[in-house]
Design a protein around this ligand. Structure first.
Ligand code: HEC
Length: 166
């Protein structure tokens, strides 16, 4: 009987020890998995950034292709309403020299008050916002165009617009 009691005792004391060991084991494993996951994430994100950078470099090096695409976007879309030639206003104002020009200031063109009040200079960044969704960026403008949703198209047409100057 005494032996049995001892056995039971040692069983019960051994159990928490094992449970504790098992607990530590899982904890350490969890930490290892977390560390591994973090490394994997880091590796993935640096890989992605590197790939995005490569893509950018490729685009930069491919300036001619960029400008050609920009001209196509202009011809197919913007040209419906805008001239590229100086002092030629149409449905929209001439886009000659638009990069660096203050919004709503092309002489001889009747702008909406929304565009006149916008008050900013057309930088590459401003054009990028505007061309994505003209009506959302400057509510009330009379440019009835849904916007260029693809970054590549905006990037290209803005690069092309920047070539239209004296
Ligand atoms: C459906 C006709 C239409 C199309 C298509 C169109 N625009 Fe316009 N755009 C206008 C009108 C009209 C205005 C004048 C807006 C106002 O006064 O509210 C304007 C204004 C602008 C302005 C402001 C110019 C300034 O002098 O402040 C820019 C920049 C511009 N458009 C760029 C573009 C580009 C780039 C495209 C092609 C991707 C394009 N637009 C397509 C009609 C159009």
């Amino acid at each position: 009987m005494e032996g049995m009691a001892n056995m039971t005792n040692s069983d019960t004391t051994a159990a928490p020890a094992i449970a504790g060991a098992a607990g530590d084991g899982t904890g350490a494993r969890r930490r290892r998995i977390a560390a591994f996951g973090l490394l994997l994430l880091l590796a993935l994100s640096t890989g992605l950034t590197a790939r995005a950078q490569d893509q950018n470099d490729e685009d930069e090096n491919n300036k001619a292709a960029l400008l050609k695409h920009g001209e196509e976007v202009f011809d197919h879309i913007c040209h419906t309403c805008h001239h590229r030639r100086k002092d030629m206003n149409w449905t929209g104002p001439s886009l000659y020299g638009v990069v660096g020009r203050k919004a709503g200031t092309e002489p001889g063109y009747e702008y909406s008050s929304a565009m006149k009040n916008f008050g900013k200079v057309w930088t590459v960044e401003e054009l990028n916002h505007y061309l994505y969704d003209p009506q959302a960026y400057i509510p009330g403008v009379k440019m009835h165009f849904i916007g260029l949703k693809r970054k590549w198209n905006r990037h290209a047409v803005i690069a092309y617009l920047a070539t239209l100057h004296d």
